[in-house]
Write a protein that binds this ligand. Sequence first.
Ligand code: ANZ
Length: 958
Amino acid sequence: MSETNAAAEVAAPHRYTAALAADIEARWQDFWDANGTYDAPNPGGDLTGDADVVARPKKFVMDMFPYPSGAGLHVGHPLGYIATDVYARYHRMTGHNVLHTLGFDAFGLPAEQYAVQTGTHPRVSTEANIDNMRRQLRRLGLGHDQRRSFATIDPDYYKWTQWIFLRIFNSWYDPEADKARPIDTLAAQFASGERATPDGRPWDALTEAERADLLGEYRLAYASDAPVNWCPGLGTVLANEEVTADGRSERGNFPVFKAKLRQWNMRITAYADRLLDDLDALDWPEAIKLQQRNWIGRSEGARVDFPVQDHPDAKITVFTTRQDTLFGATYMVLAPEHDLVDSIVPAVWPEGTHDVWTGGHATPAAAVDAYRKQAAAKSDVERQAEAKDKTGVFTGAYAVNPVSGDRVPVFIADYVLMGYGTGAIMAVPAHDGRDFAFARAFELPMRCVVEPSDDRGTDPSTWDDAFGSYDAKIVNSAGEGVSLDGLGVTEAKARITEWLETRSIGEGTVNFRLRDWLFSRQRYWGEPFPIVYDEDGVAHALPESMLPLELPEVEDYSPRTFDPDDADTSPETPLSRNEEWVHVELDLGDGRGPRPFRRETNTMPNWAGSCWYELRYLDPHNSEQLVAPGTERYWMGPRDGQPHGGVDLYVGGAEHAVLHLLYARFWSKVLFDLGHVSSAEPFHKLYNQGMIQAYVYRDSRGIAVPAAEVEERDGAYWYEGEKVTRLLGKMGKSLKNAVTPDEICAEYGADTLRLYEMAMGPLDVSRPWDTRAVVGQYRLLQRLWRNVVDEATGEVPVVDAEPDEDTLRALHKAIDGVRQDMVGLRFNTAIAKITELNNHVTKVREVPRSIAERMVLLIAPLAPHIAEELWRKLGHDASVVHEPFPVADPAYVVDETVTCVVQVKGKVKARLEVAPSVSDEELEAQALGDPAVVAALNGAGIRKVIVRAPKLVNIVPA
Ligand code: ANZ
């Protein structure tokens, strides 16, 4: 403490200082805990409360829960948590039953890596991190219902994650009903003959394994040999996002291979249409909706079959979104991995094969083989890059364009991906940029079939690039009983699709970019799958009574590493090393008694636990059900303006635009279809907070130096005598610029930190942290305190007098504005209004009690500790948390009026009393309608009206 502060403390022992703030804050935090101030009652169930509160409108306010990192929180992390807390507090004060809590997303790789390095069990380090975060969060005065908090690693929680997995495993998507239904209903259809088995044999004639295989084709969670990114160097499979553009692991830089491994998948593609359609009714930022739409990637087009020459049984099916350009298809391309390639490759190059088509190889087989090896080394991202130099090789085979009858050569090229559409395309070089570049490189013919709207003419050999517009007429497209000439693109698409369909050589289809969700990880620190395999390898669900299936102890958490360059190794998961756990004899309750089984040894991906946590907040201790139906309906059910139900406000970072939010929506829909919940969407309103950025200071070598030790002199920055550069960046340990909430709380108190974070700017905009600016909010609280408390005596000198008119206006305008700002999440402007009011009150000699009290209530959601303390000092016994928020008296909210002078020909004819905010148009209309003005004009027309709102209107008659 500085000397001047110490001196002030003697003169004013009751001043609002950091020490006093610390004392107040600790006392009220204890009070809240002891009294369960933030406990939200459920209607029934074990969290029953006041019937009166349950009768109120509800608000479910939620944050994206944190991963308990060992580094703890820096001041950037709680930005969203403070915002939701303010919002939740405001709604408690406006008559809502508010559910607000926070859990922990606690499975994940960092704890596992730490375990590999140190031998500490991930649970031990994770729980220590959670304790530390809880302490940091508690210090901020966040009003969480602590009874509802949990971590995804709690067996009581992941029991239900496993339970949901089994519901998904035991379901199929029934296209007739357009929803998920229990798999038994499908088995019943096969058994009754209503649905034929693939080879027509009766269901009874199928072996158990055959039946299991068949049902597996339909289950919403299914095992398949999926091509995955296998990284022997790390001993694990990686997600696409974890692989760099040059096909190596982001972590460790090891080579990554495409390998086929037996993996669990979730059939999210069955929900593609509903995931798209239901976005419309959600109150989400448009940018996030757009990212989801692009991720799902719905394309309307057609599948078209091309016969293969000399192979009467073979046909190449392509997916195109431009079936209207079918006459312009002059060659075809298959993905190098396409199944058909081997069967159509001839022994020798056909006569007339162009030299550039062969890649210099003696036979088509040799060319294909060499090209495949080259393509396998590239990632999908690389293959999709818009590079102009297209590579590929001729297969030696020809297909036939079904409308023009032309013979078209078939290539393989890596710009066609196996995982999209049918893995084959008809190439229309005149109208597709990639095909154009390829045709140029391989000297392939081009045919213009969409008339260019610019002046380039119809000879593509003279063009610089393809003509890709939709807004044009079809030309050159008449043949074999169909003509598209003269039609627009849309009409031509419809015409050709119909033509293809009547001949059964194609059909209109919808294609999605969305892929099924790869759900297995070769890791330790995740939820074990509640699945066992019998001796035939058939997967069985564990009965519910065996849940939770807890993670076993293992000796070694590390994935086994292999020869990093050897693709032919397969992963060995940590769980597979615990033989006793893996090989078990179980009675699954299927009437067959105890049998030997082998457990699944993969674990679920980190996303699983965050796919449904909102539901468990509702009913966290329910041991019988995921959530009691009535409780779910009360908090999450559909209502006016929220047709699919969901959380009322969900706040988190925009980086979760796709995966987490899409997966959570998918699980919601499955649970909805199966009747477990009434909400088909998890989050009705989504809001993305901005990031708190921080300055990064770097020395001449580019190395970050500790930001706290940098000095500013003469507009330059110095660290240990050396000049350093300053740039705005992320806040974090690695950039040596992290500021912790603990430091700021110690220096000013949590209320100041809360106010500062909310005052920094609009919530959705990123903003730079500036420790020196924090004191501004500290001063606001000091002034507020002084307006209520005598710093010398600690007395509360408020008077029971009526406030003056000016003060009433200032108060009610603030109330009105703050109310609107609170609902609109504009906390920065709310604070500006409170500051203005507080400054006004500072000038009032004797502060009327009614003003002091309402100021305290106004600031209570933002600075809850000081508000509680002042409220108590003002003589109230109850906590301020559930006090009604002040209501503005409209009589004081309307602006004062100003006098507007109306002149005709330069002479004052009338004076109008108008609002200062009146618009030019409104003012002009009022002036022209004024009886005195009408009389002065005396029927003369008007040449010109000059309006200077709000003070002057000058009318010039004709
Ligand atoms: C002929 C054509 C003519 C095409 C034209 C485009 C323009 P979206 O909109 O993303 O769905 N395509 C189809 N499958 C492919 C694959 N596996 N790998 C690479 N490209 C593939 O794109 C659909 C279009 O992308 C399809 O329509 C096809 O090229 C190509 F003037 O067919 B089009």
